[in-house]
Every structure is written in C-alpha cells, then in structure tokens.
Design a protein around this ligand. Structure first.
Ligand SMILES: *Cc1c(COP(=O)(O)O)cnc(C)c1O
Length: 343
C-alpha cells in the first residue's frame, strides 16, 4: 500500500525509535511531590533556554495558556487578543469558563497584533468597563497561516505593555518554528514576555506536553492552578524525557519543514482550482479553493490518494509539514493535485 501523506497537523507525529528509547529509560518519580527527576530536568532546561526563572510541565498547550490567563486576568478584567488566535478560537471559551474574564478581540493581519492596535484596545479607567490586564500574542500564527513577529514588532509591543502596566503572554505552541525563521535568540524572547507557553507535541515531535515559563512566583502559583485543573501528573518523567529529547534534537530540523511548506505553496499555486495560496514563513500552509469547488470533495479526493488534510474555513484548506514528512512527498503530490476536477 502507498504510504499515507498526513498533512493534517504537526501533532500527528509519533515518537521516533530514538525518542522512544529515551522515554523507556527515563528516571521517574512522583511529580506531584516535585520529585520526578526527568520533569525537573525538562523544566530547568526550558526555563534556562529562555532565561526565565521557572517552568511548569503540563499535559497540553490549552492548559498552559489557560493557567497563564487565569493568573493574569482576574474576574472583571479583560484580555486583548487577535481574533483568530488559539486562546480565543480553540480553547472552548476557557477565558470565560476558567477566569471569568472578558475578551477584546482585534482583527489583525495574519493573526498578528500591532502596538497601535493594542493601544486602541485598552479600556479607559471606567466603572462600566472591565480592566485591561493582559495581552496575548501567538507566534507563529496558526489560523494566520504561519506568520511570525519580527524582533522589532515584539519589542514595541513589550514596551507599551510595560508602560501601560499590562502583562504580556505568548502562546508559543509553535514558537520554535517562528524562531527558526527569525533567528531571535530564545533568551531575548524570554525578556519580552511575562509568561510563555511552548508545546512539545507540535513540530518538536514529542507525544504529549507543554511548558509554561515565567518568574518563580508565577510558576509557584501556576503549579497550584495546574492541580485544580486536574493536570498534576505522577510519573510524568516518561513524557518529559521525550520533551528533553525533542528540545535537544528536533529544533534545528524545523527549517526543513519550512522549506517543504514553501515547496508545497509553490505547487499549490500551479493548480487552476485554487484561488489563493497564503504567504507564510513556517510550516503552516493555508489556501482557498475557488468558489465552485467543494472543500469536502477536495478532501475526499485527496483521501482516496492517501493524502490527509483538514478544512480550515468555508473554502480554506490547511496543510502542515512536520518531521514525519520529507521532500519525497512532493512527487506524489505533484502527480495527484492536478487530477482534481470535480465541481
Ligand atoms: C496546538 C496549539 C495550542 C495548544 O493545543 P493543545 O492541543 O491543547 O496542546 C495552543 N496554541 C496554538 C497556536 C496551537 O496551535
């Protein structure tokens, strides 16, 4: 049987034999007691990388984001976020459910906010208004199609947040993808944000896990919030070992995923039934089918040829590259894509 080309997400990767070996050999303990050496090592490693004081290992990026919001946006407050970002779109309204905070969405460019948009979205000091306390950014953007922030943009945003006394959180589920393109040092990023979420289970290829980074006090409180959310895990070192392996071995290769994504964009641009292929810098490829072509039919057609992808809007399809794919997928795709004709 032909090999499946799975472009649905970078979360579909399964541990490689080398990663599995590290997991099997992990030294473990009870992490709720704080005595799992592998989890402690991963947390120290991640915090050190970004020059933050501390880190907390959690089951998912949703949990690290939600803990960050909970700690920095109390009831009667408001967060500012770009409307396509994950925290607003894909976390089940958790800002309302967990934090009882309000959300001000801003329509940005490719999932990104500017300093001016943030300035304009801050509420005045008025008893009718929730108090603006937190700004959340996403880098690289997902629904925004793999756009990244430049260092200058991030510095400008960080500066106004400090000036306006707002906390700044980064949803960095794919932060390493962004950094592979913009070459901003991790320690520099750490200095610009109060809290950062990074995911191990996306492009880095670990099976499970996300880390929340911040100062000692914030992470101490975060540990308690993780517990109330049911995220305290016992011998989590087996998972942390995969994370350590991922941080050590799978960061540099992300640039390969980006090259493959760019080749896919070029290939897609040649298809007559595709109206627009969006520019992106990382491993997220978004494109719109022309009006008369049904995304369902397109996905079924791909499926019949062993190619998996997802719908991402009324006419929009998403392809994501990851470590389970390489340039050998280009040839079969170049053969299959032009065959789609059904209206
Ligand atoms: C995947 C993702 C998350 C976290 O998702 P989980 O599935 O909860 O780990 C957060 N933000 C962005 C931008 C993501 O793509």
């Amino acid at each position: 049987m032909e090999k499946i080309i799975d472009l649905r997400s970078d979360t579909v990767t399964t541990p490689t034999p080398k990663m599995l070996k590290c997991m099997m050999e992990a030294e473990v303990g009870d992490d709720v007691f704080g005595t799992d050496p592998s989890v402690n090592k991963l947390e120290e490693m991640a915090a050190g990388l970004f020059d933050k004081e501390a880190a907390l290992f959690c089951p998912s990026g949703t949990m690290t984001n939600q803990i960050a919001v909970f700690l920095q946006a109390p009831p009667l407050s408001e967060i500012i976020i770009e409307e396509s970002n994950h925290i607003y779109q894909y976390e089940v309204g958790g800002v309302a459910f967990n934090s009882r905070a309000s959300v001000k969405t801003v329509n940005g460019d490719q999932g990104k906010l500017t300093q001016d948009q943030i300035m304009n979205a801050i509420n005045p000091d008025d008893i009718h208004k929730p108090k603006t306390t937190l700004v959340c950014l996403e880098n690289t953007t997902n629904r925004g199609g793999g756009a990244t922030y430049s260092l200058e943009e991030l510095e400008a945003i960080s500066e106004i947040c400090k000036r306006e006394n707002l906390k700044l959180h980064l949803d960095g589920a794919r932060l390493f993808n962004a950094l592979a393109e913009t070459a901003i040092p991790t320690a520099k990023i750490g200095g610009l944000f109060d809290t950062i979420s990074i995911c191990l289970s996306k492009g880095l290829g670990a099976p499970v896990g996300s880390l929340l980074l911040g100062d000692e006090g914030t992470i101490r409180k975060a540990r308690q919030v993780r517990k109330v959310m049911g995220g305290g895990m016992r011998q989590a070192g087996f998972l942390a070992a995969a994370g350590i392996y991922a941080l050590e071995h799978n960061r540099e290769r992300l640039a390969d995923d980006h090259l493959l994504a760019e080749s896919l964009r070029e290939l897609l641009k040649q298809q007559s039934y595709i109206k627009e292929v969006f520019n992106g810098q990382t491993n997220i490829v978004l494109f719109d089918l022309s009006k008369n072509y049904s995304p369902k039919n397109f996905l079924n057609f791909l499926n019949q040829h062993g190619i998996l992808a997802v719908q991402f809007g009324p006419q929009r399809i998403r392809f994501v590259t990851h470590l389970g794919l390489d340039s050998s997928v280009l040839e079969p795709l170049a053969q299959v894509l032009p065959l789609f004709t059904s209206l």
